[in-house]
Structure formats: C-alpha cells, structure tokens
Design a protein around this ligand. Structure first.
Ligand SMILES: [Zn+2]
Length: 353
C-alpha cells in the first residue's frame, strides 16, 4: 500500500485508505465528537495505536461544538461543524496519523444542514484547494428508495468537484442517534435489501465515490443482550449481487457499520470480511468519558464543593481545575479506543508516513 501524508485525508487518498482496510480486513473507528476534548482524545488514541481514524460530527455534536448558547441553533449546527473541521485540519498532521473528517446522519429535515456545510466547503475549497470534510452522510433511509437516491445523487454532484465522498443509508439502523431514527420500524427494513444496493450502485457510482451504511440488524445505543440480532451475512448478499451484476471483483462496496457500540465481538470480526471499512462508535466512548470523570469526582468529592476545605484549610485548586478532570475524561476515552482499534484490527496499520 502507498504511504500517505499525515493529516486530513480526502479524494483519491481516502479511497486508498478504504482499499487498504478492505484488503487487510480491518476497519477504522468513526467516533462522534462534541468538542476539543473528544476530538483531541480521538487523535491521541489513534496516534498511540498507530491507526488512522475517523472524526465524526452528528448534527447535535456540531451544535454543541458551537455552543448551546449560540443564538441560532441551525447556524450552530453548521458553524460548529465548520469550526470542528478547522480544528482538525490545524492539528491532525501533527498527531502523525491520517484522519477522515465525516458528518453523521442527516435525515430529510437535516438536508439543509448538509447543503449549508457543502456551501462552506465550496468557499473553503476556493481558498485552500482541498475540501473541509472528507465525506458527509445523507440518511434518507426512511424515504422511498427513489427519493433517497435522487437526493443523494444531487448532493454528491455538488461534492465531487471538491474531492468529497458521500455516505448513504439503505435499510434502517434501529434505535435512535441524536434524534434521527425511531424504534418503531418493521423488521424487514432492519435488513438492507440487495436489490436496493444495486440500484444505489447504478445511480451513484457513475457520479462519484460513495459508501453505504447497510443494515444487518444493527441498532444505535447499547441494549441488554438478546435484543439485537446481528446478521453480517446480509452484507455478503449485497456484495455478491453487485459483483455478479456489474462484473466486479470481491467486495466491491465500501460498507459502514452503524451502531458499533455494544456489538458482539465475533460479529464485528465477521463484518470485516464483508467489506466494512468504517464502524461508528458513540455510546461506548461517551460512557468511557463520563465514567472516568465520575470516578474522579467521587474520589475528590470535597474539591467539587469547596475551594478551600472548611475543616483543615486545604486549597483544592489543583483538584477542581477543569483541565484535571476533563483530562480524566479524555484518558477514559483513549482507553476505550484501545479496545476499538483492537476489535477492528486497525492498530499498527496507519498509512501515514
Ligand atoms: Zn448511525
């Protein structure tokens, strides 16, 4: 595999990275971030594990990045995403790894969010000569397939001149991610139909590069065991149909595994053999961040109630300094990511040189 320049990866280099993942049967974690603490922790964890990584913003994460007190919530979703992307562009290459910049689910209501980010991306491209994001996701899986693909084609046409890719969704990921999705869907939709994937291929491949979030029983969030029936072999059916219908090689589709948190390890491993190059993780990294801060607060309870101990006059500045306990959260996230890189077999495989 050719080596790549460390930093944000896009266009042909992004496809090189995907190819390396699929041929090497490993995948990159796509971690939903909400601020500099989570962004930096994700890049730190990738550098530590010598893996490339995907930094991802949901619409809610982007809004939070701009600030919950930002005057206009829609503008916050747009500018928070822009701001996070600029932060990653400034730092990624210095962490010495390749970073893919991605956004997460955008349903019909959130299409204006994607269009606005592409508009900012066009301005950015004019000035810098490369895209602001590597790829945006458009999730119209709840709409009729024709409408889903027509809209994805329209947006992909805007992004191709910028060297960008699109991620689409076919079939429905169960559960809910940041207000997108629902628990109330019929079972057949939880498993992507290969005919839909073929239609997507025929519509989008002539326009530009796309990846596909296919549903194989995956669910957002973490639930008690037994509630989720993952069937990675569903992915194989789609790959095989495209190979046959289009006369292509093994695993022609670039697939994305949503709802990676809490999934059985053997199902994750199995999916790596079917062309999955990206696995989204959010719930587990959120918990890792919170759990570590929680432990710190319990162990330093008084420092969160008093600046100076009322009994012995001891100052607590060194304990309540936000850098100290936010760092505990970052360390928790980094530790959880060690597990993700191991599960996805990407540790030690960074293409950055
Ligand atoms: Zn998802």
């Amino acid at each position: 595999m050719p080596k790549l320049k460390p930093g944000v990866v896009w266009g042909q280099d992004y496809q090189t990275l995907i190819k390396a993942c699929k041929e090497g049967q490993y995948a990159l974690p796509a971690v939903n971030v909400i601020g500099t603490n989570s962004v930096n922790a994700v890049m730190e964890s990738a550098a530590k594990n010598k893996s490339d990584v995907i930094v991802q913003l949901s619409n809610g994460g982007a809004e939070f990045y701009a600030g919950k007190g930002f005057p206009d919530p829609f503008q916050a979703k747009v500018l928070g995403a822009v701001s996070a992307a600029l932060h990653v562009h400034a730092l990624a290459e210095h962490y010495g790894i390749c970073v893919i910049l991605h956004t997460d689910h955008a349903n019909k209501k959130l299409i204006p969010w994607v269009d606005a980010m592409v508009t900012y991306g066009e301005e950015f491209f004019k000035k810098r000569g490369f895209p602001l994001f590597s790829s945006h996701m458009v999730d119209l899986s709840e709409e009729p397939i024709e409408e889903n693909l027509a809209e994805c084609a329209r947006i992909l046409k805007r992004m191709v001149p910028l060297g960008m890719s699109i991620e689409i969704e076919l079939g429905v990921t169960g559960g809910e991610e940041d207000g997108v999705g629902s628990d109330d869907i019929d079972n057949a939709k939880l498993y992507t139909q290969p005919e839909d994937v073929l239609l997507a291929y025929e519509t989008l491949a002539p326009i530009g590069h796309f990846s596909t979030a296919a549903s194989f029983g995956n669910v957002h969030g973490v639930y008690s065991p037994g509630n989720v029936k993952l069937r990675p072999d569903i992915l194989k059916n789609s790959q095989d149909l495209i190979t046959k219908a289009k006369g292509l090689g093994h695993n022609p589709l670039d697939l994305v595994f949503h709802g990676g948190s809490g999934s059985e390890k053997d199902k994750i491993t199995e999916s790596l053999g079917y062309g999955v190059f990206k696995m989204n993780i959010d719930t587990d990294t959120q918990f890792a961040f919170a759990e570590s801060i929680g432990k710190y607060v319990w162990n330093n309870e008084k420092a969160f109630a008093y600046q100076i101990d009322p009994d012995n006059g001891k100052p607590y500045k060194k304990q309540y300094d936000p850098r100290v306990w936010l760092r505990e959260g970052e360390k928790g996230l980094v530790k959880r990511m060690d597990e993700a890189f191991a599960d996805l077999r990407s540790a030690g495989k960074s293409l950055a040189a």
